[in-house]
Design a binder for this molecule. Structure first.
Ligand code: DX5
Ligand code: ZN
Length: 228
């Protein structure tokens, strides 16, 4: 079972963004770009103009995590400007099924994120519409927060749904994912790992990615859900 590491550039040096992205080229499977609007979360980052410039300059595919209100209106536009994967928050969407369909219609993978306080139960029927479910393991808004182990039951439940329905939906975890926590996520069922501070705050981000990958792969190989 293949796993994916998606470093979050939120912890990178924004003064040298393209260089910071290229620093992990070849080591990272994806690059995670956090878009925040100071409405859905109490923080503000970059919007479509800067994100589009990144798509043009960066060789690694970009996974856009939209922490913005009114996902119905804004999410498909990120697919249009070049995101290979667009993840919206279910809490910010009036019609999440339609948002996922609109993202796919623009040619990107459709991801749906849920905050720590949001129950998965109400959204299980949406899984066939999704290429990825993002289980947040911190409150969205900032890098460098502590990992929330109490979100692992949602990862486990997601894996069960995907297995039962025989889907190819990826399960992403985001927030506090690091050397000490990534195995727990993989063991629960995650296969796509965002890591910001655990990559970019390290002296050697490429080595940090390899270490994270090795831990996640070992835990996956030994997990309840991995069929070899
Ligand atoms: C937080 C963002 C994350 C953040 C993770 O809201 O969605 O992607 O960069 O940072 P770390 O890995 O440092 O917790
Ligand atoms: Zn994120």
């Amino acid at each position: 079972m293949g796993i994916r590491i998606s470093p979050s550039i939120l912890s990178a040096d924004f003064g040298h963004l393209v260089a910071e992205c290229e620093r992990v080229a070849g080591a990272a499977d994806w690059l995670h770009v956090d878009v925040m609007d100071n409405q859905f979360v109490p923080n503000l980052t970059i919007g479509p103009v800067v994100v589009e410039a990144l798509f043009k300059q960066v060789s690694t595919p970009i996974d856009c995590h939209l922490m913005i209100s009114d996902a119905d209106k804004w999410a498909p536009g990120y697919a249009e400007i070049g995101a290979k994967s667009v993840t919206f928050h279910v809490e910010a969407a009036a019609n999440p099924r339609q948002v996922a369909r609109d993202i796919r219609a623009k040619g990107a993978r459709a991801g749906m994120a849920i905050k720590p306080g949001t129950k998965l139960d109400d959204y299980e029927e949406l899984f066939p519409e999704l290429d990825m479910i993002l289980i947040m393991t911190v409150e969205p808004g900032f890098g460098g927060q502590s990992f929330m182990s109490d979100q692992m039951p949602k990862v486990r439940r997601s894996r069960e749904i995907i297995r039962d329905l025989n889907l190819d939906t990826w399960i992403q975890v985001d927030g506090g994912v690091a050397g000490a926590t990534i195995a727990e996520c993989a063991d629960a069922g995650a296969d796509t790992f965002v890591a910001g501070s655990a990559v970019y705050n390290k002296p050697d981000p490429v080595a940090a990615i390899s270490e994270l990958r090795a831990s996640a792969q070992a835990a996956t190989d030994a997990s309840w859900w991995c069929s070899h």
